[in-house]
Design a protein around this ligand. Structure first.
Ligand SMILES: [Fe+2]
Length: 423
């Protein structure tokens, strides 16, 4: 099962023209609530301003498709080639990532006009595009969907980082209780993982290959806030025997005592900063039934050790996901916050929270990146990062599948990241 969730759950296969328009419109929809000042926020080098995301996703279509494949295409502004390059060294230099928040110019209106210019040219090109160009358009759309998720994770961090304390948040849907966790038993032996079939996948999901797995058990849903609170109340953040060396150093240096965005009230209760389905942000009570979210790999690993379990490898996760293709909360649900697994023993694997795995992000046997600058997309990051699987409440449904490999360094917490246990 490597097709996207949209295909798995029966959505019509839509034309690339329609898909292009839909994806570009979704990016506009999830940024329309932001003021021009909000669009410039960059709270840390890892997070980028929404305005930069709007321009950079457009730059991707202009640079990799229109300029090489659309004869006579006139760039919107020749300076943007440098300005909105993220990290493609083969294309020349680019601004320092941490100074994207200095982009007061071009204005937001100019960036919107840049998008319209590229949209019109790209739609025109689609009338007579070759299969190779259509493949690049699909890559550009998947690239933009990755940035849709980043827009929401980055602005959440930016709005939380301001000096004014966030207001209480109303309007989140009431949560049902979480289902009881059950354990899926999977036989040991040779299994196959990686992308297969005709649907889109990134290069890092291939080649499909065999792996030898020992028999294992994997939880039916991610760890909840209630379960994580037990770890906190058992002094989990103060017991060095539970932590990797780098993790212990991180929690001491950063004074971490809870997931990112959690704050303890005077009465001992915990609140967390959240985004809701009507694009409001603020503090809400931590709901015990929701999956724990915004934790680092170090915290996920320490929690698993505390309860006598472990994180699954990415191969174990994928083999399990093929057997429980349950559809949780994704971007289209317009909730923008992880929701509890529902129903007794119900399975929850795609959506809600990305799940840290124990696997380092490395190349599959026989991996070959694409030729040229576009080959810098994934392969060059295969060092010092861990794989996360499953997508989150801000991942588009047509963008996630069992073979999808996300990756972040172990200290990262601003993504919608949680964990699932294995034994
Ligand atoms: Fe990008």
């Amino acid at each position: 099962m490597t097709a996207s969730l949209a295909q798995q759950f029966g959505s019509d296969v839509i034309s690339i023209r329609q898909r292009f328009s839909d994806v570009r419109a979704t990016t506009m929809r999830i940024t329309r609530w932001l003021s021009p000042e909000d669009h410039m926020l960059q709270s840390m080098p890892d997070a980028s301003p929404a305005k930069w995301h709007l321009a950079h996703t457009t730059w991707f279509f202009e640079t990799f498709i229109l300029q090489p494949h659309s004869p006579g295409y006139a760039p919107f502004d020749s300076r943007y080639k440098y300005l909105f390059n993220s990290y493609y060294k083969q294309l020349g230099s680019h601004p320092y990532r941490g100074s994207r928040g200095l982009l007061s110019r071009p204005s937001l209106n100019e960036v919107h006009a840049y998008r319209a210019h590229v949209d019109a040219a790209l739609l025109k090109l689609l009338d007579h595009a070759s299969p190779d160009v259509l493949e690049l358009v699909e890559l550009g759309l998947n690239h933009e969907q990755q940035h849709q998720e980043l827009i929401l994770t980055d602005i959440k961090h930016g709005l939380w980082s301001g000096p004014l304390r966030p207001d209480p948040l109303d309007g989140l849907r009431p949560n049902p209780a979480a289902s009881r966790v059950t354990w899926m038993e999977i036989d040991g032996g040779i299994h196959r993982v990686g992308h297969e079939g005709a649907g889109f996948a990134f290069d890092n999901e291939s080649p499909r290959h065999e792996v030898l797995l020992q028999p294992f058990r994997i939880a039916s849903r991610p760890v909840t806030n209630a379960e994580y609170l037990e770890f906190m109340q058992d002094d989990g953040y103060r017991r060095p025997e539970l932590w990797l060396s780098d993790g212990w150093d991180a929690i001491c240096a950063q004074a971490w005592r809870a997931p990112l965005y959690w704050e303890q009230q005077e009465d001992g209760s915990w609140r967390q900063f959240a985004l809701n389905g009507t694009f409001e942000v603020g503090m809400k009570l931590v709901n015990p039934a929701e999956p724990v979210c915004h934790i680092s790999y170090y915290e996920a690993d320490a929690y698993a050790r505390w309860c006598g379990a472990r994180l699954p490898s990415e191969e174990e996760w994928e083999v399990a996901a093929v057997r429980m293709p349950s559809h949780g909360t994704l971007l289209e649900d317009n909730v923008f916050h992880p929701q509890p697994a529902r129903g007794e023993g119900s399975q929850q694997i795609f959506g809600d929270v990305w799940e840290w795995t124990a696997s380092p992000y490395t190349a599959y046997p026989g991996f070959r990146p694409a030729c040229g600058a576009v080959g810098e997309y994934n392969g060059k990051f295969m060092c010092n990062q861990l794989v996360l699987r499953g997508g989150s409440c801000v991942t588009p449904a047509s963008h996630i599948r069992a073979s999808y490999r996300n990756f972040f360094p172990p200290h990262a917490r601003w993504q919608f990241s949680g964990l699932r246990l294995a034994r």
